[in-house]
Design a protein around this ligand. Structure first.
Ligand code: PNS
Length: 165
């Protein structure tokens, strides 16, 4: 039986920590869908299409990884693609409370899909999309924080002319 996992997130922007989790998950499952949440209530720096394209380019070296998008409940999306597992990355204990809650809610909604947690590399444990957003919008160097393919998307989004969006 082929094992498919979904790795969901906002990925605004995708970071090296995200890519590290993707590579770890890709080695554990037959197929991995990186699923970008299209949550319209959030004010994002990158559009959903930019996030999807940025991830697609960042995972081009991983043949079993595809990029998708979802709206509504994650668990419904996971069921619709026949996933056996949802993958989430953990950095520090501070992530745990929210992740635990999310995993429990998802299990309550569908007990057949497991949530699997993967620890990121130590050197990425300080990284988060919100930190990268802040550095990028304030003009700092974010090039060591995101996959190479993400850099031009972030540069474009943080050009002064585009920042008022
Ligand atoms: O990268 P993020 O922002 O931590 O990702 C969070 C995400 C998008 C995975 C989460 O907010 C989500 O699953 N949203 C969909 C709505 C949903 O299913 N909610 C119930 C589970 S708490």
């Amino acid at each position: 039986m082929s094992r498919l996992a979904v790795y969901p997130g906002s990925f605004d922007p995708p970071t090296l920590g995200h890519l590290d989790v993707i590579e770890r998950a890709a080695s554990l499952f037959d197929k991995l869908i990186v699923a970008v949440g299209r949550n319209s209530s959030k004010k994002n720096l990158l559009t959903a299409d930019q996030r999807i394209e940025a991830i697609r380019e960042s995972v081009a070296h991983l043949p079993h990884v595809v990029v998708g998008a979802f709206e509504g409940l994650l668990i419904d999306y996971a069921r619709s693609v026949d996933a056996t597992a949802i993958v989430r990355g953990l950095r520090a204990t501070s992530d745990f409370e929210y992740e635990f809650q999310m995993a429990m809610v998802n299990r309550r909604l569908n007990s057949e899909i497991e949530t699997v947690f993967l620890m990121t590399k130590w050197e990425y444990s300080y990284l988060s999309s919100s930190i990268v957003r802040e550095v990028a919008t304030l003009g700092g160097d974010f090039s060591q924080m995101v996959p190479e393919a993400v850099v031009p998307f972030l540069r474009e989004a943080t050009q002064p002319a585009n920042q008022a969006r």
